[in-house]
Design a protein around this ligand. Structure first.
Ligand code: MOS
Length: 744
């Protein structure tokens, strides 16, 4: 169909990024800009008994200090909703500095504003806070016995438990059974750009907010709801965002505090979190434990799956990342029980992080499947193939598209899985070599409301297409350029895509791997509408060579409309517009996503394979090669999509071997809140990574057939590595990350 879609167009914003011309929120120059620095609570629970700001206020360059004693009103009620809903998305249903209470370490207790960042940072150190401390609980072991099953989790969007069939019966019928517990340390998203907001009020009480966010509208709606300012008075600009991984999906309190400080002090204010503050201010992947019971027949058919999770949440919200969703539908088991249990602790509300839920849930399931395969003395790949759910086990509906079997088979072929030795611990000198695999799955999350975009064609035959997305590294700008070019019949060089503002037609925040899918559908609708409008205009125009042609008989390529079967008859868009004295023609496109139950199960699937080499004496694990095969629907841009999938696979490596945020329960603070101490992979850790996509366009999900590639890459890659470590060493490590101590 289309010359641009599916190609490998290089990032259209790449030049701006490598030359430094791209401006991130913290780089927007504004005259009179003041800098805000947050002061975070040093304790995890209690009350502020005294807050002394005199020294800070007197320090050079300070223009104001806000505390709970002088904070202007924040009249709104924060309500936790996932940002993809398109409404306000405060990260927690509580707002700091409205009273003297402290519920987690790092919670904002003061905002110090000065004329330079250095002076603001210095003055922030001069704020003296006295606390009446109360006992704090910050780790699972302290609160495990207070756990409860929440009625709903995830901002009220999902129930706290799911049941089908009878899991006890299913386990009793099993001839082989595996019961295992997997533990996951807390993790943080750690994008390179720390969260930054800049706010500028004008005399008409309107505000422009530059924000590093996954959704400009989510920021707009959140500030509006909390401050009681009409959304029409709030414009949010978010042109370039330096990574996010879920940390900028919710609109955390510091954003609104910055907007408030700017209004109070009557000058533009910028608030950039520092690296340490990022660990306390933007949510995290919660510390959690998952228990799995699998029962199977002697030939490896699952009879039951029980999946329980216990995790620690905040005092405000029943948040659990949705670890049970994908594991509950990958395999056809008649008997299933999934239960979330939560315990309250003194942390900020946990949030989205890279494959939120699936990354941990599928890790647990895919390790347990590997353990079951060992019990059954069955090849791990064969065990998966025997259990694939051919339809959605939850609803009984067919899949809108699957491709799981094809991914598993193709991955095995690319990896030469058939050469795998059955017995663990193949030695090469002092190195133990192992192979592991896992399935991946990620739900398709449709936005609950219409998505819009606008397309405009100018008389010179160039086009501008707009939608309110933010580019946080996913390649959405590039993919939208391709989608618009194809729908309009223009070369990509003639199309400019503009995003990054809440003033543009609304696209919900890019969360749950749904961003490019939603935006591309809207852009496709807008550009198609514009093309059809131009064709209708041409066939109605007496002076057009296409006059009286049937619109259906007209096609467009390279900006020229012509009859499909008589290509010599036609004219360019430019000719049509110029002749009619039209400077431009514009169309709005609206895409209505599928309803919550469209009669199909909607999920994305893939398969992951890994080879590791473990030093037999030191326990050091090196990943040598990884193969990932995914079926993400249609791929809009092979280069950016494969890059995204590869990045995901490396985050899985990181999850398996490196990442952990350690809570110090005595202090109630994250103990390794820095890039010195929080490990992520560097290039030297990165093995040979091979990505392939199997394209099955899925028009149930989206008119272009796009399901999305944002997070599926991370799901399963950690389990493939853990399974490879087992195959190499015969040691099963069920605590993440797998450190070398665990293998000694
Ligand atoms: Mo993404 S971690 O679902 O914001």
């Amino acid at each position: 169909m289309s010359p641009a879609i599916g190609g490998t167009l290089a990032r259209v914003e790449g030049g701006a990024k490598v030359t430094g011309a791209a401006r991130y929120t913290g780089e927007i120059p504004l005259p009179g800009l003041a800098h805000a620095v947050l002061v975070g609570a040093r304790v995890a629970s209690g009350r502020i008994t005294e807050i002394d700001t005199v020294a800070a206020e007197r320090a050079d360059g300070v223009v104001g200090v806000l505390t709970h004693e002088n904070l202007p009103p924040v009249p709104g009620t924060p309500r936790l909703l996932p940002s993809l809903v398109g409404l306000a998305a405060p990260g927690l249903s509580w707002f700091p500095m409205r009273d003297d209470s402290v519920h987690y370490a790092g919670q904002p207790v003061a905002v110090v504003v000065a004329d330079t960042i250095e002076r603001a940072e210095h003055a922030a150190t001069l704020v003296r806070v006295q606390y009446a401390q109360s006992p704090a609980s910050t780790v699972l072991d302290q609160v495990r016995d207070q756990a409860y099953v929440p009625e709903r989790i995830f901002g009220g969007m999902l129930p706290g438990q799911f049941v089908r069939g009878n899991v006890e019966d299913g386990l009793k019928k099993a001839s082989v059974r595996v019961d295992r517990t997997y533990y996951f340390a807390a993790n943080h998203q750690n994008p390179i750009e720390t969260s930054t907001t800049t706010a500028l009020w004008d005399d008409a009480d309107r505000v422009t907010v530059y924000d590093s966010t996954q959704g400009p509208t989510a920021t707009q709606m959140t500030v509006s709801a909390l401050l009681g300012v009409a959304p029409g008075k709030i414009k949010v600009i978010s042109e370039f965002v330096g990574g996010s991984f879920g940390s900028k999906a919710m609109i955390w309190p510091h954003v609104t505090l910055c907007v408030l400080a700017a209004r109070q002090l009557r000058r533009p204010v910028r608030l950039a979190l520092n690296r340490e503050q990022m660990f306390h201010s933007c949510g995290h992947r919660e510390e959690q434990e998952q228990q799995l019971s699998l029962g199977a027949t002697p030939d490896g058919k699952l009879t039951a799956l029980r999946h329980h999770k216990i995790s620690i949440t905040s005092h405000f919200d029943d948040w659990a990342e949705t670890s049970l969703q994908s594991p509950g539908i990958v395999y056809a088991t008649p008997n299933y029980e999934g239960i979330y249990r939560l315990a309250r602790g003194n942390t900020i509300t946990p949030t989205f992080m890279r494959g939120p839920g699936e990354a941990t849930g599928m890790f647990a399931l895919e390790c347990a499947m590997d353990e079951l395969a060992a019990e059954l003395n069955l090849d791990p790949l064969e065990l998966r193939l025997r259990n694939i759910a051919e339809k959605d086990p939850t609803s009984g509906h067919p899949w809108s598209s699957s491709g799981l079997r094809e991914c598993l088979q193709r991955g095995a072929e690319l990896f030469d899985w058939r050469d795998r030795e059955r017995e663990p611990a193949r030695r090469e000198g002092n190195t133990l070599v192992g192979w592991g695999m896992a399935a991946s799955a990620y739900p398709h999350v449709a936005p609950p409301n219409p998505q819009r975009a606008r397309a405009r064609l100018y008389a010179d035959g160039s086009a501008v297409v707009e939608a309110g997305v933010s580019e946080f590294g996913t390649g959405v700008t590039t993919a939208m350029t391709q989608v618009a070019a194809d729908a309009l019949g223009l070369p990509v060089a003639r199309v400019r895509f503009v995003g990054g503002s809440s003033d543009l037609p609304n696209i919900t925040a890019a969360v749950g791997s749904a961003g490019t899918g939603a935006a591309s559908a809207a852009v496709h609708c807008a550009a198609t509408e514009l093309r059809d409008q131009l064709i209708r205009q041409a066939v109605a125009d007496e002076r057009s060579p296409l006059h009286r042609a049937k619109p259906d008989a007209v096609t467009v390529s390279e900006g020229r409309m012509c009859l499909r079967d008589r290509p010599n008859t036609g004219e360019t868009y430019a000719e049509l517009l110029s002749r009619n004295f039209l400077p431009d023609v514009e169309a709005l496109g609206t895409w209505t996503p599928p309803p919550p139950d469209p009669g199909y199960g909607m999920h994305t699937f893939g398969a992951q394979f890994a080879e590791v080499a473990v030093d037999a004496d030191l326990g050091v694990v090196r990943v040598r090669r990884m193969v990932g095969v995914f079926a993400p629907g249609r791929v809009l841009n092979r280069r950016t999509a494969h890059s995204q999938l590869m990045g995901g696979m490396l985050w899985g490596l990181s999850q398996a071997l490196l990442e952990a945020t350690h809570m110090d329960p005595r202090l109630g603070r994250w103990a390794n809140a820095s890039f010195n101490d929080y490990l992520v992979p560097v290039n030297a850790d990165v093995p040979d990574v091979f990505v392939e996509t199997i394209e099955v366009p899925d028009t149930v999900v989206n008119p272009l057939g796009v399901k999305g590639v944002g997070e599926i890459g991370i799901v399963g890659s950690g389990a493939a590595i853990a399974n490879a470590v087992y195959h190499a060493t015969g040691r099963r490590v069920r605590d993440l990350p797998i450190t070398l101590e665990a293998l000694l």
